[in-house]
Design a protein around this ligand. Structure first.
Ligand SMILES: O=C(O)c1ccccc1NCC(=O)[C@H](O)[C@H](O)COP(=O)(O)O
Length: 354
């Protein structure tokens, strides 16, 4: 039933993981027709299915029975694939580290750094979009971006050369990222606030990210209903973390503008279903009344993906962004820190502009 599928952020996980497990085990021959529908497609503007149906239909031909692929238990695009995998991963991680064990140590943890203030300070200092530089080893669309990958060295180089904040990919299966990278960067004395770049679908992940040193998290509108975004924003506030709420199209941006407590909207120029990158997406989404409303609400817009040159940076700045999130164009250079000056067309490191 559809209303069953729209569970709260936390109880979705168990159900979803069980569904994925049942699917992977072949469901012991139980026909899908008897199973509850697990898709929440179309609800609250979400385009992807948050979890597979519990098993493909059984088809009978004479004495044989077989299952057809692609009848609900096969992800239709990379985003669905990532999210379905994440469901199972979270379920396993929660077993090892239940919420009550995560929460306790957080009371004595150093407070989160102010991600939003760091972006504003950088913009005021440089009059250029504040840089969130991404520590990104690989991606589903581009494969391995950097063989010789030392996350701490890269983070320090980004900081030294003017990044306001850092984004650290933590998904291991699709991005070769790690929570250990986040923790190591934090423990190495990097002062820039850190964004945990994850596919967050369960509130447990917010506590886990904080426990590993995150100062901010990514919430992707394509995979989260409005009520989950609102709920997670409240938890972020309690934990002292900022949330970068990411959108890709008009429907998503209009949804999130209406949610209370949004400080940062990321416009992803990459379509996460097709991998197509088009930086004019940022401009298109900020045109007209929508851009004015965002400015009135004092929301900072972050332009994400596909930014390689000073012209690209000017283009999105003219469209209204005050910050940019950049991975590939920096990480692929021999010296990712020095690549920052190439991206902006000038040195933006704090020392040189002081
Ligand atoms: O980068 C991908 O291939 C990708 C695929 C599926 C989901 C998300 C993906 N990337 C996350 C990002 O949005 C980027 O890492 C980030 O915006 C930086 O983009 P870029 O500067 O183009 O590396």
């Amino acid at each position: 039933m559809l209303q069953d599928a729209v569970a709260t952020a936390s109880d979705q996980t168990e159900t979803a993981a069980a569904a994925v497990e049942a699917t992977e085990q072949g469901n012991n021959g139980a026909p899908a027709a008897d199973a509850p529908a697990a898709s929440i497609e179309g609800l609250d503007g979400i385009k992807i299915r948050r979890r597979p149906v519990t098993g493909p239909s059984v088809h009978h031909v004479g004495p044989f029975q077989f299952r057809l692929e692609n009848e609900g238990n096969t992800p239709r695009n990379i985003l669905e694939k990532i999210v379905w995998n994440k469901d199972v991963e979270i379920w396993q991680m929660k077993e090892k580290m239940p919420l009550y064990r995560l929460k306790g140590p957080l009371d004595n943890a150093p407070p989160a750094r102010d991600f939003v203030a760091a972006l504003k300070a950088s913009y005021d200092r440089t009059a250029l979009p504040a840089l969130i530089a991404e520590v990104k080893k690989a991606s589903p669309s581009r494969g391995v971006l950097r063989e010789n990958f030392d996350p701490v060295e890269i983070a320090q180089a980004y900081e030294k050369n003017g990044a306001a904040c850092l984004s650290v990919l933590t998904d291991s299966k699709f991005f070769q990222g790690s929570f250990d990278y986040l923790e190591a960067i934090r423990n190495a004395g990097v002062k820039c606030p850190l964004l945990c770049k994850e596919f967050i679908i369960d509130a447990w992940q917010l506590y886990y990210a904080r426990s590993k040193g995150a100062d901010a998290v990514l919430l992707i509108a394509a995979i989260l209903p409005d009520r989950d975004i609102s709920y997670m924003l409240k938890i972020c506030k309690i934990l002292g973390m900022a949330a970068l709420v990411e959108v890709h199209d008009e429907r998503e941006i209009d949804r999130v503008i209406g949610i209370d407590g949004i400080q940062l909207i990321g416009i992803n120029n990459r379509n996460l279903e097709t991998f197509e990158v088009d930086i004019s997406n940022t401009k298109n989404l900020l045109e007209g009344e929508r851009g004015q409303l965002i400015a009135q609400k004092d929301i900072i817009v972050v332009g994400e993906s596909g930014l390689f040159t000073p012209d690209h940076v000017s283009f999105v700045q003219d469209a209204g962004v005050k910050a940019i999130l950049v991975g590939e164009s920096l990480i692929k250079q021999e010296d990712p820190g020095k690549a920052i000056a190439g991206l902006f067309g000038k040195d933006i490191s704090p020392v040189s502009s002081a």
